[in-house]
Write a new protein. Structure first.
Length: 337
């Protein structure tokens, strides 16, 4: 499948999921399998599937991040796409297909009808806030919570300046953030790949907040179709009192509006937030912008090999719990419900 044709179709859809773009498969480095259904000479449904081989057993898993890209209300078309995917699964000895499509949770029955089962373990966050960028800057600011408006103005008064920065600047801050907040991050090479495949192709930007030329906070945003996503954020422990994160996101909102984007997806909050949740602070920060709460169906699996599926799911859950215990001193999941 040719890159431009693929991206043109995916980016033209209402949800325009960037994780279904041609480039995202290149970032992840898994073997890509791209399945399409065509009608009247054009693409009408698509699935960018990432294939990962399972060592020693000659099996694989399929993962279709934030996909497939299709009108899910068209059950006949969905079935046609699934049948094509099953053909690829048979050739590649896949034990399952994992999907987390951007469809609202009340439409979960659509997936159930095609044999999918819900999986509580999420890879991507299923709940988020959308900011409507079609509103004026004044209206967006007025709609924010009072404390958020105050912090945006405070950051400006304290001399925080936002500009585009480098991967190294972001990563240096991100390492400190991950250590402070006890979460795992990818190595520097991963973010360098994002720069190569997304930033350098105009599909992502790195924004850094500076205080007297010192980088104190940073954000990776992705852009595709009519949307912008807040994907990775970092901040130094020092200077948090000058509210650099508020400065960053207000800058992004203004930049995205000027660039013509329609929605800013704040990407990832707890589905059932409470003060004990590991992302409670993130939830409170994002909630301050008073975006629209959106809750998707979350991870669903289509099982091709029941025996290996259950063995894999149990083993993966055990591995994640052990890794969390060793790295954080506790068993926790930032995407837990």
């Amino acid at each position: 499948m040719e890159r431009n044709a693929w991206n043109q179709f995916v980016s033209s859809t209402p949800e325009c999921p960037i994780l279904q773009s041609f480039e995202w498969a290149e970032v992840k480095g898994w073997e890509p399998i791209r399945v399409v259904v065509e009608g009247r000479g054009k693409i009408v449904a698509a699935a960018s599937i990432l294939k990962r081989k399972i060592p020693y057993i000659n099996k694989s898993i399929f993962y279709c991040p934030n996909g497939p890209v299709i009108d899910f209300d068209n059950q006949a078309l969905f079935l046609q796409l699934i049948e094509k995917i099953k053909g690829e699964a048979k050739k590649n000895k896949a034990i399952m297909l994992k999907i987390d499509p951007p469809i609202l949770e009340e439409k979960a029955s659509i997936l159930k009808k095609q044999g999918f089962i819900a999986n509580k373990k999420q890879v991507q966050p299923r709940t988020t806030f959308y900011l409507d960028l079609s509103k004026s800057e004044d209206d967006i600011l007025k709609n924010c919570e009072e404390k958020t408006r105050y912090n945006i103005r405070l950051s400006s008064k304290k001399g925080v300046v936002v500009g585009e920065g480098s991967v190294q600047e972001f990563y240096d801050i991100y390492k400190e953030t991950s250590k402070r907040d006890s979460f795992l991050i990818h190595p520097l090479s991963y973010y360098q790949k994002i720069k190569k495949y997304l930033v350098d192709r105009g599909m992502a930007k790195i924004f850094i907040a500076y205080l007297k030329d010192e980088p104190i906070a940073g954000v990776f945003v992705f852009m595709f179709g009519q949307r912008v996503w807040y994907m990775y954020g970092a901040s130094k422990s020092a200077h948090r009192n000058v509210m650099p994160n508020h400065a960053l996101h207000w800058h992004i909102i203004k930049w995205a509006k000027q660039a013509g984007y329609k929605i800013y997806d704040l990407w990832g909050i707890p589905s059932n937030p409470n003060p004990k949740h590991p992302l409670w602070g993130v939830y409170r920060f994002k909630k301050g912008f008073r975006g629209k709460l959106v809750k998707y169906v979350g991870m669903h699996d289509l099982v091709f090999d029941p025996l290996f599926y259950h063995l894999f799911e149990k083993g993966l859950s055990f591995y994640k719990n052990v890794r969390s215990l060793l790295t954080k001193g506790k068993i926790s999941d930032s995407l837990e419900e």
